[in-house]
Design a protein around this ligand. Structure first.
Ligand SMILES: CC(C)(COP(=O)(O)OP(=O)(O)OC[C@H]1O[C@@H](n2cnc3c(N)ncnc32)[C@H](O)[C@@H]1OP(=O)(O)O)[C@@H](O)C(=O)NCCC(=O)NCCS
Length: 173
């Protein structure tokens, strides 16, 4: 993990505090205001509430999951499952809850849902500077298999395209 700081939040199970087990459920229209607020907290180019409403109402390929602790949404993730490929659109854990294994649990849940929907592979884009997310994805079996130049509109940053074989048992451990 190289220079990565094992911080005071006890990342990786340190500091003696085991992560509470979160609950997962499909995202509902009534979640959208909270999701849009988290989206603004987390991303420099956030999706609007309308974008989430449109996904939930009109996109038959979309699958969005929320992750809750004590009935509070602490993260969410979404994807489009088209034929045998799942394309991740969003993954976010609220900042106070990071570094405790929740992002990994969320991604494992998305991978499991994708498998259940018939997907054999999963793909996503990630900022070249986002080493934390890249580490998470690599841990779950994703490999880099391309680059999208200037993919992000805020700073023209490139995206790595990452890909995982869902039939190979990735993310099931
Ligand atoms: C990316 C994100 C979802 C990870 O969630 P998280 O709950 O902090 O991650 P976890 O605690 O589950 O850690 C899982 C793995 O991620 C990597 N990771 C987590 N925190 C890290 C850090 N500070 N430095 C380096 N790698 C890190 C590690 O591989 C870790 O596995 P390990 O604990 O065995 O070393 C979260 O940081 C986030 O929401 N970031 C902002 C939004 C974002 O970047 N989304 C992805 C867009 S493509």
């Amino acid at each position: 993990m190289g220079e990565r700081a094992r911080d005071a939040q006890g990342h990786g199970g340190g500091a003696g505090s085991a992560a509470k087990v979160p609950e997962f459920r499909p995202m509902l229209l009534s979640d959208v205001p909270v999701i849009a607020a988290i989206e603004r907290e987390v991303f420099t180019v956030p999706w609007s509430a309308e974008a989430f409403v449109s996904e939930l109402k009109h996109n038959q390929f979309a699958r969005y999951t929320v992750m809750e602790l004590d009935r509070n949404i602490i993260g969410y993730g979404g994807m489009w499952v088209v034929m045998d490929e799942a394309h991740v659109t969003n993954v976010a854990v609220r900042a106070p809850y990071r570094g405790r294994g929740y992002g990994e649990m969320l991604m494992r849940r998305l991978m499991q849902t994708a498998r259940e929907q018939g997907a054999k592979s999963m793909t996503l884009e990630v900022r070249v500077s986002n080493e934390v997310a890249q580490n998470l994805y690599r841990k779950l079996g994703f490999v880099q298999n391309g680059i999208r130049p200037r993919y992000y509109t805020d700073n023209q940053e490139d995206a790595y395209i990452m890909w995982a074989d869902l039939t190979a048992g990735g993310g099931t451990a």
